[in-house]
Design a protein around this ligand. Sequence first.
Ligand code: TIU
Length: 221
Amino acid sequence: MPLTVSAEPYAYTLPEPGTALVVIDMQRDFVEPGGFGDTLGNDIGRVAAIVPTVARLIAFARSRGWTVVHTRESHAADLSDCPPAKRTRGSPSLRIGDEGPMGRILVRGEPGNAIVDACAPVAGEIVLDKPGKGAFYATRLGELLQARGVTHLVLAGVTTEVCVQTTMREANDRGYECLLVEDATESYFPEFKSATLDMVRAQGGIVGWTAPLAALEAAAG
Ligand code: TIU
C-alpha cells in the first residue's frame, strides 16, 4: 500500500516497496570537534543536534522495510580520488588527509570518517563511500537502487545545501521522486538550510518535496 505524506508543495505519495531512505554523511567528520566540518571553521553544534531525529527516521524506515542507504564523504588513503582543487580550496586549519584528533581528515577507515553510533548502519543496509558531494557521482548508487526497484527517495543528513542538496538534484535529474525530511537535515548556516528547503519545493516542487518526520510517522498511523 502506498503512503501519502502531508508535504510541501503538495502531498507526497511513496510506494512500499520502492522507497529508499538515503542518509547523507552522518559522520563524526561533520558533527564532532576536530573533524572536517570543524576544521573548515564551522560551528558543529547545529548539525550535532539532529542526530536523535535522524536516528528516529532510520528506525522508521527499518520498521517500514525500506531500503536504507548510508553515505560517507571519504577519500582513499593515497588521496587518488581527491582532486587537488578540493584539497587546496580555502584555508582550513587542517586539509583533507592531514592528521587530526580523530585520525586523517576525511580519509576512509579513519575514526573520524565513521558514521556516528546513533545512526550506524546494520547488516543488510547499503553503505557507500563517495568522493564528491553528490552520492551518485563516482559511486554505484544508481545501479544499487535500480536493482532493488527503487523509484522514490527520502533524504536526510548533512549538510542541507552541500551534500544533501547536491544528491537530491542528482536524483531528481535521474527521475527519482524525492522527499527531504526537514528536521532530519541541517546546515552550519540556518539561512542556507531554510533557503534550500524553499528552493527545492518552489515552482511546484522543481527538485522535490519537503516534510517533517512527524508527517511521515502520521502517514503510517
Ligand atoms: N562543508 C559542508 O557543508 N559540507 C560538506 O563538505 N560535506 C557534506 O555536506 N557532507
